[in-house]
Design a protein around this ligand. Structure first.
Ligand SMILES: Cc1cc2nc3c(=O)[nH]c(=O)nc-3n(C[C@H](O)[C@H](O)[C@H](O)COP(=O)(O)O)c2cc1C
Length: 212
């Protein structure tokens, strides 16, 4: 079993990356081969609307024809047994890099048929890991976004699940930033008490992805 995780945060050791690594640890504990790809290390753009992936009889039908740093990565997804997409929430959605990645990952496989179908050659397990500042009580704010992502991932790849990490610890040193909205002690306490539980949930999710 091969699992690839994608980090949609520019930070390579913070909340999102930590949870992705935990999920990969969980998969590895079940004997899976794992890989973490930092999207911010790659040179790529989102969909440019060329529609090569939709052309009747076209040589790129069902595939992204754009050639850039994402091209070899998209090819590797076809060899994976599970993929995990991790992203911080930026202004109410996944980060720009994650969004661009999702356009290139999902759209070529999506048919404009009624009903829509998937051109992805097999079914694989997929998961999302979202990290964000808002507390869990406000999750409803982004629920439509989460729902859409699950809908597309489910349609294209098969079974999908989502893990949410709320009220994350955002700054290395809260005393140095203008952020009166946050209670420094509460943030630190949550980092200590709740984030480790999020990490455990991520580990379990990673294990589940390669077991089912
Ligand atoms: C540009 C930017 C926009 C953000 N917008 C939101 C937001 O709309 N909602 C939210 O809950 N958190 C928001 N955050 C906070 C991040 O989602 C949160 O700190 C996340 O855990 C960061 O992930 P990382 O530690 O892996 O980089 C934003 C952070 C940045 C840098």
């Amino acid at each position: 079993m091969k699992v690839i995780a994608f980090n949609g945060s520019p930070r390579k050791k913070w909340n999102t990356a930590t949870l992705l690594n935990k999920a990969l640890d969980g998969a590895a504990a079940q004997g899976a081969e794992t890989e973490l790809i930092h999207l911010y290390n790659l040179d790529f753009k989102g969909c440019v609307s060329c529609f090569s992936c939709k052309m009747k009889g076209g040589k790129s039908y069902g595939k992204c024809a754009a050639k850039d740093g994402l091209t070899p990565v998209l090819a590797r997804v076809e060899g994976a047994d599970a993929i995990i997409l991790g992203s911080p929430i930026y202004l109410g959605t996944v980060s720009g890099e994650m969004r661009s990645f999702m356009e290139r990952l999902i759209y070529p496989y999506l048919t404009y048929t009624e009903p829509p179908e998937s051109l992805f050659p097999k079914k694989i397990n997929t998961a999302f890991i979202y990290t964000m500042n808002i507390p869990e009580e406000l999750k409803e704010l982004y629920s439509q976004h989460f729902l859409y992502n699950e809908m597309y991932m489910g349609l294209i790849f098969g079974v999908t699940e989502s893990l949410y990490s709320f009220d994350t610890y955002q700054f290395e040193d809260y005393s140095r930033v203008v952020a009166d909205r946050f209670n420094r002690e509460q943030k630190a306490q949550r980092r200590r008490d709740v984030f480790p539980r999020d990490c455990e949930r991520a580990f379990d999710m990673g294990a589940r992805l390669v077991k089912e």
